[in-house]
Ligand binder design. Structure first.
Ligand code: NAP
Length: 242
């Protein structure tokens, strides 16, 4: 039977691929966007045209109250339990530490780390009631240091700590993290071609990953095929950090 699942940052990239896959599997989906209303509307229309159920709401999840409103909207849309949540909304503001502004530091921490707290705090009781599954999208930047990403690495390492603590605390809720390497999306489209060419040399699979490949792993962790897996971090990086 389909589950009721919330995905943050579902309007583009990895979040969009997760929304589309989960909906195609028969789950009902609520997702947020921050600015991309046109893309969000198109995704909802496409899912509904295919007989699925989806709703999109605007929310800047770096704000606690906005996350609270978003979760209330999700409860109302589903009209039932919340069985799964994917914390995915994130940004980069890459800069060498010696040049990094407080704004570049704070915006990344506020969205990537505090945003995950804001959503999880508001949905924690629902997940404990449904004994559901939470998936936090972190990054290989949560496992290793990457030059120019002190803010992003701090946020993504923080998500892994948060995942492990939540898993110990919210018993019977499965809480796992996915750490993608370089995945084709708007986030990596801005990277310098020469830098990407150099990075590909360090990836045994010799290519960037696809958002759909991350979505397959998220789907597994949200499904009843992974009912004894919790508190873990799953790397999906073509072998980059092997
Ligand atoms: P993306 O294409 O840039 O999409 C980011 C998503 O986050 C969009 O839906 C965006 O909404 C939403 N968002 C941004 N700021 C927000 C805010 N303040 N409040 C709510 N939503 C907000 O990024 P992506 O590449 O798919 O990345 C998704 C996740 O995977 C992120 O956590 C990222 O750190 C992680 N990741 C990505 C890669 C990669 O190579 N792409 C690798 C490792 C980890 P709008 O469309 O409205 O702006």
């Amino acid at each position: 039977m389909g589950k009721n699942i919330i995905v943050t940052g579902g309007s583009r990239g990895i979040g969009k691929a997760i929304v589309e896959l989960l909906a195609s599997e028969g789950n009902s989906i609520v997702f947020n966007y921050n600015a991309s209303s046109t893309s969000a509307d198109e995704i909802v229309e496409k899912i509904r045209a295919n007989g699925g159920q989806a709703w999109a709401f605007q929310a800047d999840l770096s704000k606690f109250e906005a996350a609270e409103t978003f979760i209330n909207q999700a409860r109302e849309a589903f009209g039932g339990t919340i069985d799964g949540v994917v914390n995915n909304a994130g940004i980069t503001r890459d800069q060498n530490l010696a040049m990094m502004t407080p704004e570049e530091w704070n915006s990344v921490i506020d969205i990537n780390l505090t945003g995950y707290f804001n959503v999880t705090r508001n949905v924690a009781m629902d997940l404990m009631k449904s004994q559901g599954s939470l998936v936090n999208i972190t990054s290989v930047s949560g496992l290793i240091g990457i030059a120019g990403q002190a803010n992003y690495c701090a946020s993504k390492h923080g998500i892994i700590g948060m995942t492990r603590a939540f898993a110990k605390e919210m018993r019977k809720v499965r809480i796992n993290a996915i750490a993608p390497g370089f995945i084709e999306s708007d986030m990596t489209a801005v990277l310098d071609e020469a830098y990407l060419k150099e990075m590909k040399k360090q990836i045994p699979m010799k290519r960037l990953g696809k958002a759909s490949e991350v979505a397959n792993l998220a789907s597994y962790l949200l499904s009843d095929k992974s009912t004894y897996i919790t508190g873990q971090v799953f790397t999906i990086d073509g072998g980059m950090t092997a």
